[in-house]
Unconditional design. Structure first.
Ligand code: PEP
Ligand code: MG
Length: 592
């Protein structure tokens, strides 16, 4: 007799991109969101029965729906009942049902893919029939096929609401909107086929403090829904069907991680300065007003980036001036006297908002997004500026414009801001002083940073986009994620150029891309001369701990050395060696 353990699924380790740190241990929950019906995917033999059961449930549901339609039509449209009867017959047709079930079993195809393939074959058969009447019956097959497919996909969708306990979501992709709606009580982590470290889904995961691994390429084809799994979002490791030893090991890691998190909170109240007294402001990036409380608990000195587009994604209608005013005012009051840096709407690219991004652009990342959209659209921009100016009466508020690529855009924004201020003054509505800055995230802005610096009060470098545009690497594309190198010599030089332009002009320079929150880069950023690092608030205690053990002088010398190296690999090797030498304990904790 075979032993029971021989039949247990094998432990499998997958390596992806660690998108949000921490360890999660739970059952998987496979989600097929945004799938076009009929997409083929291989399944595991162990999944065959569940896939067939799902398909048969869809057949049963379709049948029940048709019977209901028949009942309702019986009184008024009796002459058409034969159509429904035909459809009911098709639902019993062996060529459709058995063929699909056979494909699932023989080809290890998912139900949706098998149904799609069967339907295509049936259509071909009908297309080749010479009798016109019979050929026209194809539409009946289409109609039944659509109904079946909808029920099949619908069943998968409903599953998320039906989560019975804690789960790790496994999805091909999760949009930022999907991620925002995850039930924090139940979803303890997620993994996706696509995405990179700086995709907005990854950023949101960090801000929601949910461990996540992205860019696994085909995790959805490898995981059976309900299978036990472990994810380590710090290292990008995913373990399917862990053995008892692995399980124990990761449980210990999880406890250690959670313990370190708590221990780090002592840094919340300590000043953010180097050993030799150089002060760098550590600010938080937030997406929604609700994040402000978490940001405060991590010891932020103000908000360096308020991504306002999430206010627009959270509802089906753009927020009104009053709603925005209240959100910005609440943030300003909560943070005073520290600043709240409100970035105007940055939609487009992967922050797609269907109600706003109406164009079908071939290359939306380089399309009508961010400030380009705001300037062209006008009405929303004006409303947002009014809300920001009004909130400025209640605290230390700054405004910044995203994706600026030339001085003309800055002037257009400033002109509009001035007009809106005059309008409010004429209406007798109070406003406050407002520092005006720009996001430096296009190569053009870097190249003319010296000219731009004369036009604004501060710069904030958005490295997530700057790296993407500088190296021509889509930040959300897992296939080129290996080329997304924050320490590429071109990126280092770009950062150096921006910092020195800001210094020469005497304006503040912040960095609010994801680089700012990674300890590996902290010394480099301080040495380059950034006066503010703005990051996911949960990263602040770690960055502060590291900063308090470093000196400005040594950080500068490190940067000088790194700037002489010709490849990203050499820069990384040199930096890691230095960090390992100087912070062995933090390095060994796997925190750098
Ligand atoms: C950036 O590009 O670095 C940035 C902070 O903006 P976002 O990630 O919202 O595009
Ligand atoms: Mg950006």
């Amino acid at each position: 007799m075979a032993s029971a353990s021989a039949e247990l699924p094998q432990e499998t380790i997958l390596i992806g991109i660690g998108a949000s740190p921490g360890v999660a241990i739970a059952r998987s929950h496979l989600l097929n969101r945004d799938r076009v019906g009929g997409i083929e995917r291989r399944i595991l033999p162990a999944e065959v029965d569940a896939e067939i059961a799902g398909f048969q449930a869809a057949v049963a549901r379709s049948r029940a729906q048709l019977l209901e339609v028949k009942e309702q039509a019986a009184d008024h449209h009796a002459e058409h009942l034969y159509i429904i009867d035909t459809h009911l017959l098709i639902l019993e047709d062996q060529l459709l049902i058995n063929a699909t079930v056979d494909l699932i079993r023989a080809e290890l195809l998912n139900a949706e893919g098998a149904l799609g393939r069967t339907l295509r074959r049936l259509r071909q058969v009908f297309d080749s029939i010479s009798d016109e009447y019979l050929r026209e019956r194809r539409s009946d097959i289409d109609s039944v096929g659509d109904r079946l497919m909808r029920n099949l996909l619908g069943e998968v969708r409903e599953n998320l609401e039906a989560l019975s306990g804690q789960a790790i979501i496994v999805a091909h992709d999760l949009s930022p909107a999907d991620t925002m709606q995850l039930d924090r009580g139940k979803v303890v982590g997620f993994v996706t086929d696509v995405g990179g470290r700086t995709s907005h889904t990854a950023i949101l995961a960090r801000s929601l403090v949910i461990p996540a691994v992205v860019g696994l390429e085909n995790v959805t084809t490898q995981v059976a829904s309900g299978a036990p799994m472990i994810i380590d979002g710090t290292t990008g490791t995913v373990i399917l069907n862990p053995s008892p030893e692995t399980f124990r090991d990761y449980l210990a890691r999880k406890q250690r991680y959670d313990y370190l998190e708590r221990e780090l909170l002592v840094y919340q109240t300590l000043p953010a300065e180097t050993e030799d007294g150089h002060v760098v402001a550590l600010r938080g990036n937030v997406e929604l007003p609700a994040d402000i409380a978490t940001a405060r608990s991590h010891g932020v000195e103000g908000i360096g980036l308020f991504r306002t587009e999430f206010l627009f994604m959270a509802a089906s209608e753009p927020p009104s001036e009053e709603e925005q005013y209240l959100a910005y005012r609440t943030a300003a009051e909560a943070m005073a006297p520290h600043p709240v840096t409100i970035r105007t709407l940055d939609v487009g690219g992967d922050k797609f908002v269907p109600e706003l991004n109406l164009l079908d652009e071939a290359n939306p990342v380089m399309g009508l997004r961010a400030v380009r959209f705001s300037l062209k659209e006008g009405v929303l921009f004006r409303t947002q500026l009014r809300a920001i100016l009004r909130a400025a009466a209640h605290g230390n508020v700054r405004v910044m414009f995203p994706m600026i690529s030339g001085v003309a855009e800055i002037r257009a924004c400033r002109n509009l801001l001035e007009k809106v201020r005059q309008e409010l003054a004429a209406e007798g509505v109070p406003t406050g002083p407002l520092a005006v800055g720009i996001m430096v995230e296009t190569p053009a802005a870097v190249l003319i940073a010296d000219i731009m610096a004369r036009e604004v009060d501060f710069f904030s470098v958005g490295t997530n986009d700057l790296i993407q545009y500088c190296l021509a690497i889509d930040r959300g594309n897992e296939h080129v994620a290996y080329l997304y190198e924050p320490l590429h010599p071109a990126v280092l030089r770009a950062l150096q150029r921006v910092c020195s332009a800001a210094r020469d002009a005497g304006i503040e320079v912040s960095i609010c891309g994801e680089m700012a929150g990674e300890q590996l880069y902290s010394l480099v950023l301080i040495g380059l001369g950034f006066s503010e690092l703005s990051m996911n608030p949960a990263s602040i205690p770690r960055v502060k701990r590291l900063m308090r053990q470093a000196t400005l002088d040594s950080a500068r010398r490190l940067v000088e050395r790194l700037l002489t190296l010709p490849t990203a690999a050499e820069v990384v090797a040199e930096l890691e060696a230095e960090m390992r030498r100087r912070f062995p304990q933090i390095f060994d904790e796997g925190q750098i």
